[in-house]
Design a protein around this ligand. Structure first.
Ligand SMILES: Nc1nc2c(ncn2[C@@H]2O[C@H](COP(=O)(O)OP(=O)(O)O)[C@@H](O)[C@H]2O)c(=O)[nH]1
Ligand SMILES: [Mg+2]
Length: 397
C-alpha cells in the first residue's frame, strides 16, 4: 500500500469518527427535551447540596422548596407539576397492606392454632404454646398470662371444632394486642393544633427518615400540607435522603448544609417555616445517636424546647425495628425516658417473624403502636389495625 492510500484511509476514518460524534451529540440534545430526561434532571437538581451554611444561632437552616416550586416555598401541598408524584390513597393502601400483612412471615398464630386444635393437650403441648409465644417476642409476662387464660378456658379442652378453636384464639390474641388505646395520630384528631408537630425519634437504622418520608406521603394523599425538618445533622446524607422523599411529593424540607450543625437550630427554622406557611403538619426527623442517656436527653430536649417556641409538640413517634426483638426494646426504653413518647412505629414487620413485639412494646412503654412499616416501598406504611394484624398472624382460614 503506498503512502497516498494510507493517508486516504486515515482521512476516511477521521471523517467517520466526526460523523459518529455529531450523531451522538444530536441524540443527547433531543433526549434532554424528553419528559423522562426532564424528570431525571429535576430529581438530580433537588439532590444537589446548596452552598448555604447554618450557624448555631438558629438562623442558618435553609428551607428548600421541592423541585419545581423553588419560587413558592409556601406552597406545601401537592402541586400539579409533573415532577410531583401522587401518593397512594388511604383506602387503597389499607386494602393492599392488609393483604400484605396476611402474607407476612409471622406464623406464631398459626403455630398456636395447630397445637390448640389437638384432641388432647399434654403438658408438653402447653410448654410448646408458651415457647411459641416467647419466640415471637410476646414477652414473658404476656405469654404466661395468655397460657393461663387458654388453660382455664373450657373451650380449649372441650371444643375440637377447628373453626371454634380459631375463633377463640383470635379473640384472646386480639384482647392481648388491642388494649383499647386510641391509635390515631394526634394530628388527625379533631382539635389538633395547626401546624401539628410530629417528632421522629429512635435508634440509628430503625427507619426514622424513611418513615418521616412515608408519613409525609400519607398526609399529602389526604390533602394536607406538610413541612419537614432534617434535624439529623450528623450526616449530610440524612438531609439529602429526607429531601429526596420531600421532593417526590412536593413537601419542602428545611435543612442545614453543614454536617454537625446544631439540630435544634434546624428544628427551630422548620417550626418557623411551618408556622409562616400555615402548613397542616411539621415532621421533624432526628439523629439516633445513643452515646449516653444524658446526651440524648439533652439533644432531644433542646429540639423540643426550640420547636415549642413556635408550636406545641403534640406527637413524638418512637421508631422501632421489629427485627431487633428484645434488644430494640431496651433501646426504646431509653428513648421513651429521654423524651415523652406518644406512639410507636413498628418498622420492618414485613421481614420479621417476631410480631409479638407489638404486645411487649405496648406493655412495657404503655403507649400504642400507631403505625407499621410493611416494606421499603414509598407507600408501605399503614395505620396499625389490631384486627388485621391478628388475622395476619393467624393466617387465612
Ligand atoms: N423492609 C423494610 N425496610 C424498611 C422499613 N422501614 C425502613 N426500612 C429500611 O431500613 C433502612 C434504614 O432506614 P432509615 O430511614 O435510613 O433509618 P434511620 O437511620 O432510623 O433514619 C433503609 O434501608 C430503609 O429502606 C420497612 O418497613 N420495611
Ligand atoms: Mg435517618
Amino acid at each position: 500500500m503506498n503512502t497516498y492510500a494510507i493517508i486516504a484511509l486515515v482521512c476516511a476514518a477521521v471523517v467517520l469518527l466526526l460523523v459518529a460524534v455529531g450523531v451522538v451529540i444530536a441524540l443527547r440534545k433531543r433526549g434532554k427535551h424528553s419528559p423522562h430526561a426532564e424528570q431525571e434532571r429535576v430529581d438530580g437538581q433537588s439532590a444537589q447540596p446548596s452552598r448555604q451554611g447554618a450557624d448555631e444561632g438558629g438562623h442558618g437552616a435553609q428551607p428548600r422548596a421541592p423541585a419545581g416550586q423553588a419560587s413558592r416555598p409556601d406552597q406545601t401541598g401537592p402541586s400539579p407539576s409533573q415532577s410531583v408524584e401522587e401518593p397512594e390513597s388511604s383506602s387503597s393502601r389499607m386494602t393492599r397492606l392488609r393483604a400484605k400483612l396476611a402474607k407476612s412471615p409471622n406464623p406464631f398464630g398459626k403455630a398456636l392454632f395447630t397445637i390448640l386444635s389437638k384432641d388432647h393437650l399434654s403438658e408438653s403441648d402447653w410448654e410448646d404454646v408458651e415457647d411459641t409465644l416467647l419466640r415471637a417476642d410476646v414477652g414473658a409476662e404476656a405469654s404466661e398470662q395468655l397460657v393461663d387464660e387458654l388453660r382455664s378456658d373450657a373451650r380449649v379442652n372441650g371444643e375440637k371444632d377447628p373453626a371454634a378453636v380459631r375463633a377463640m384464639l383470635r379473640e384472646k390474641l386480639l384482647a392481648m394486642v388491642d388494649n383499647g388505646q386510641d391509635r390515631s395520630l394526634l394530628a388527625s384528631r379533631p382539635g389538633a393544633a395547626k401546624p401539628s408537630v410530629i417528632v421522629m425519634v429512635g435508634v440509628n437504622g430503625t427507619g426514622k427518615t424513611t418513615t418521616a418520608g412515608k408519613l409525609a406521603r400519607l398526609f399529602v394523599a389526604d390533602g394536607k400540607s406538610v413541612v419537614m425538618g432534617a434535624a439529623d445533622t450528623f450526616r449530610a446524607a440524612a438531609a439529602d435522603q429526607l429531601e429526596t422523599w420531600g421532593s417526590k411529593v412536593g413537601v419542602p424540607v428545611v435543612r442545614s448544609e453543614r454536617e454537625g450543625a446544631d439540630p435544634a437550630s434546624v428544628a427551630f427554622e422548620a417550626a418557623q417555616q411551618a408556622k409562616d406557611s400555615q402548613a397542616d403538619l411539621l415532621i421533624v426527623d432526628t439523629a439516633g445517636r445513643l452515646q449516653n442517656k444524658a446526651n440524648l436527653m439533652d439533644e432531644l430536649g433542646k429540639i423540643r424546647r426550640v420547636v415549642e417556641k413556635n408550636l406545641p409538640v403534640e406527637e413524638v413517634l418512637l421508631v422501632l425495628d421489629a427485627t431487633t426483638g428484645q434488644n430494640g426494646m431496651v433501646q426504646a426504653k431509653v428513648f421513651a425516658q429521654a423524651i415523652g413518647v406518644t406512639g410507636i412505629v413498628l418498622t420492618k414487620l414485613d421481614g420479621s417473624a417476631k410480631g409479638g413485639i407489638v404486645v411487649s412494646v405496648q406493655r412495657e412503654l404503655g403507649v400504642p403502636v400507631k403505625l407499621v412499616g410493611l416494606g421499603e416501598g414509598p407507600d408501605d406504611l399503614s395505620a396499625f389495625d389490631p384486627e388485621s394484624f391478628v388475622d395476619g398472624i393467624l393466617g387465612a382460614e
